[in-house]
Design a protein around this ligand. Structure first.
Ligand code: AMP
Ligand code: MG
Length: 310
């Protein structure tokens, strides 16, 4: 058994596909960081564990540990840390390692890992539309760069990769769901030829922290970016709730406790301003660029839901 695992691993590590994926991964991270730095963003170091992390809106196991009498979680996303630091430094980004112990049914999607990296960024006083425009630039300019710098690699993968035209198409969540049914994201992802947005996602589909529209109760000022060709979700983001009373109300509406988010709430009580931002999965972007069926092909040591991993 040990021998079989190590042979499979050796073949994977030796493989041409992994080598190309890592070249793409390196270029993707560098190009996106360069673009952000040119636009005045500062990079902040990642938070690996914290006493407060993203509650998420889907079930995952929660790895926690105790240190000197306090309980900590491994970071699921840096949403709260981003929102606090952006109050002082108005444009920030980080390459944030996230651990999400997803349930085994996620193994079949081809886009879930237990450990992955997000390009996570946030801007102060920026409406959602500014974040959407920035994401479009990052995606299209990075694809342009890969086509320019690694054309032979794309050719050897037989990957046609057109530069997406901006602005991307926009669908409203409820309208898309009505037209295409429950599985609308996957269906649209298979129909569409270019990346597209799903906006105005209802409160019950999302965590408590995205901002509710003032003129449409229960609908949020948020968005997901979906890749075409069936690759599905690339990005989630939105404007954030920043007023303490609204944050408290939303936590209660989700059946969560103030205790869980204690020092975030303490901070928010001191006053915050509006921000928006998003998280873009690096392994998913690399997978899309390479046109691979499964995300584990882009990682030397992938952790697949439900499977033993090294
Ligand atoms: P979220 O805010 O939860 O949507 O996460 C932000 C982005 O991280 C997503 O849009 C994906 O690109 C990426 N992501 C989320 N979960 C995973 C996962 N289990 N494996 C790989 N990438 C993920
Ligand atoms: Mg999401």
């Amino acid at each position: 058994m040990q021998e079989v695992v190590s042979t499979v691993l050796r073949d994977h590590l030796k493989g041409e596909r992994l080598r190309i994926a890592l070249e793409v991964n390196t270029l993707v991270r560098r190009k996106m960081a360069d673009l952000l730095i040119e636009k005045g963003f500062l990079e902040i170091p990642p938070v690996i564990f914290s006493s407060v992390t993203d509650p998420l809106n889907h079930p995952v196991y929660d790895p926690t540990f105790e240190y000197e009498g306090s309980r900590y979680s491994l970071t699921k996303s840096m949403i709260f840390h981003k929102q606090m630091i952006v109050q002082e430094i108005p444009k920030i980004f980080t390459f944030s390692p996230n651990v999400r112990l997803e349930t085994p049914d996620k193994a079949e999607t081809g886009r879930h890992l237990l450990e992955f990296t997000q390009l996570d960024l946030e801007m102060l006083n920026a409406p959602r539309e500014e974040s959407m425009k920035l994401a479009e630039t990052l995606i299209s300019e990075t694809i342009r760069e890969v086509r320019k710098k690694l054309p032979d690699r794309l050719r050897s993968l037989h990957r046609e990769l057109p530069i997406p035209k901006t602005p991307f198409k926009v669908f409203k969540f409820t309208e898309a769901r009505e037209k295409y049914g429950k599985d609308f994201e996957q269906k649209l992802s298979e129909i569409e030829k270019e990346p597209f947005w799903i906006i105005d996602i209802p409160l019950k589909e999302r965590e408590f922290y995205d901002r509710e529209k003032d003129d449409e109760k229960g609908i949020l000022r948020d968005m997901d970016l979906i890749y075409p060709e069936g690759f599905n979700e690339a990005i989630s983001g939105g404007e954030r709730e920043f007023e303490i009373e609204r944050i408290r109300e939303r936590i209660l509406a989700k059946g969560q406790t103030f205790e869980q988010f204690k020092w975030y709430l303490d901070y928010a009580s001191g006053g915050m301003e509006l921000s928006s931002g998003f998280g873009l999965g690096i392994e998913r972007f690399t997978r899309f660029i390479c046109g691979f069926k499964r995300i584990e092909e882009v990682h030397p040591f992938p952790k697949v839901p439900g499977k033993f991993c090294i």
